[in-house]
Ligand binder design. Sequence first.
Ligand SMILES: CC(C)(COP(=O)(O)OP(=O)(O)OC[C@H]1O[C@@H](n2cnc3c(N)ncnc32)[C@H](O)[C@@H]1OP(=O)(O)O)[C@@H](O)C(=O)NCCC(=O)NCCS
Length: 154
Amino acid sequence: MAPNTADPLIRLAPLLPEHLAPCLALDQAALGGLWNEAQWSNELADLKRPGLGLWRAETLVAFACGLVVLDELQITTVAVAPELRRQGLGRQVVGSLLMEARRLGARQATLEVASDNTSALALYGQLGFSTAGIRRGYYRSGSDALIQWAEIRD
Ligand SMILES: CC(C)(COP(=O)(O)OP(=O)(O)OC[C@H]1O[C@@H](n2cnc3c(N)ncnc32)[C@H](O)[C@@H]1OP(=O)(O)O)[C@@H](O)C(=O)NCCC(=O)NCCS
């Protein structure tokens, strides 16, 4: 049976410094290596930067990380393993990060996404985000960055 959010093998857990290698591996597989080892080490060690992972057995299959500044969660990275996409894991891990950030005092959330990243935009739309601004030609590819914003509700 295809794994989904009801899959008993899928487990949500905070990302910790000892998860450096799985984070680097998933970053490479899902994002082409967005962050290097030093950036991931900082991310995992900083308590102001909540990060959550979904594990399938011993494999990290999704993550969502952010930075809480006053009452705002700035989401910095989100990814799901390519072979497990479209099964609700993105919604589960980002939704859980929003709830964790709320527990830490955040009442709103923001992130940037490329205007041609239709899957991510659809995911964020489902979670209540809408476009609050645009940075034209922000990415190396030439595409625009859309600034997404959402209120975090209970
Ligand atoms: C964006 C990403 C995290 C989505 O993860 P996912 O686990 O596939 O998403 P989900 O299965 O939870 O999808 C939730 C909703 O998002 C939308 N969505 C997700 N993928 C989609 C796609 N390929 N096409 C259209 N809508 C899509 C749908 O509305 C979906 O709900 P539905 O399946 O009930 O229709 C994943 O595609 C990914 O890792 N992409 C590469 C990294 C990336 O772009 N990260 C975001 C950077 S800002």
